[in-house]
Design a protein. Structure first.
Length: 267
């Protein structure tokens, strides 16, 4: 998403690199496990290579296969809920920005000084006006400064009658809601899947893949099958983790609501 919505941008970028690194580590672990098992198995004592031992290994791998499926289902559901929650908050965020602008317009031309930083802020949020070379932390601070400036200019207005006083109060409440939603989105940008659960899942997968190499023939078909399976599993986990942090990576929250809000403010 352009500019990572200008909120929690540094966290989103760090999260994206971390997810990619984790996916690479998972692939290396899963690809190495059956290869190591193939190499070690012929050197094991004969009593460790009989059919009874092989059956126990297979049954254990099947048990962890079932547990892995359950954990993967929980991770997918958690990532899906996080993604949908953030998407809902982004739509609410865009709506509050539009309604704030509508209230300011209804107040009169005196609010032009307030609407000016508001438009600049929404441009940054929608990713249309990020200065070249600006770090994510600086971009985030400037966005917060713009919101503070909007509040300062709004507080400097003196209503001439009761109707405008009501509009000014409504605008203050809308601005407060915008600030609240912004911080909610910042906090949600870190994801909800606990890392110990991911580590445990990877350990189970390594055990399962190691069982694939137990008594497996060492040929190109077997090795390529294990490597391709490792790539697909690592890719699936990467997408799950990426969906849990939806401001970076291939699965991102759509910027369309904020772009529509910007179009409304610039009319």
């Amino acid at each position: 998403m352009p500019g990572s919505l200008a909120i929690g941008a540094s966290r989103a970028e760090m999260g994206g690199m971390r997810e990619a690194l984790i996916a690479v580590v998972i692939f290396l672990c899963l690809a190495a496990a059956p290869l190591v098992s193939m190499a070690v198995w012929p050197r094991m004592p004969a009593r460790h290579r009989d059919d009874d031992t092989n059956n126990v290994v297979r049954l254990t791998a099947n048990l962890f296969g079932v547990m892995t499926s359950l954990v993967l289902g929980l991770m997918i559901n958690s990532a899906k809920n996080t993604f949908e929650s953030i998407d809902h908050n982004v739509h609410a965020y865009a709506t509050e920005l539009i309604l704030l602008d509508r209230v300011l317009r209804g107040y009169g031309p005196e609010t032009d000084v307030v609407r000016q930083p508001l438009v600049v802020y929404v441009q940054r949020v929608a990713g249309d006006a990020s200065p070249t070379g600006e770090t994510p932390v600086d971009a985030n601070r400037l966005s917060e400064h713009l919101l503070t400036e909007i509040g300062t200019r709004l507080g400097a207005l003196v209503p001439a009658d009761a109707a405008r006083s009501s509009l000014l109060q409504d605008a203050g409440q809308r601005l407060q809601k915008v600030v609240e939603l912004r911080w909610i989105l910042i906090e949600q940008s870190e994801g909800a899947i606990p890392w110990p659960l991911i580590a445990m899942l990877v350990a189970w997968l390594v055990l399962i893949f190691a069982s694939f190499g137990f008594r497996a023939p060492r040929n190109a078909i077997t090795i390529s099958t294990c490597v391709i399976s490792a790539v697909l599993i690592a890719g699936a986990l990467y997408l799950i983790l990426d969906m849990d942090v939806p401001f970076s990576g291939p699965i991102q929250i759509s910027p369309a609501p904020l772009q529509r809000a910007l179009a409304e403010l610039q009319r």
